[in-house]
Design a protein. Structure first.
Length: 80
């Protein structure tokens, strides 16, 4: 995990920065994009099993899928 939203589903499930996601609902996680796509196919409020590697130990966590927050607006540069 490279980033976690404060009070978001990942943090509430116990995921921490540096965790390596191994599997989501039993499917190998692969890269970050594949992991996001796996979670995106699950309905918000549904539970998902997440297998992670943390400090050399394998952990099994359960998360409740939430809605992805909208991207932050991009500020336009002021003309000089």
């Amino acid at each position: 995990m490279a980033g976690i939203f404060r009070d978001g589903p990942a943090q509430k499930a116990g995921l921490q920065l540096g965790d390596v996601i191994l599997a989501i609902d039993g499917e190998p996680a692969g890269d970050g994009r594949r992991s996001m796509n796996q979670v995106a196919r699950i309905k918000p409020t549904d539970k998902v099993a997440i297998q992670v590697m943390r400090n050399g130990k394998e952990l099994k966590l359960t998360a409740e899928v939430g809605l992805r927050p909208p991207p932050a607006p991009v500020k336009e540069k002021e003309e000089e």
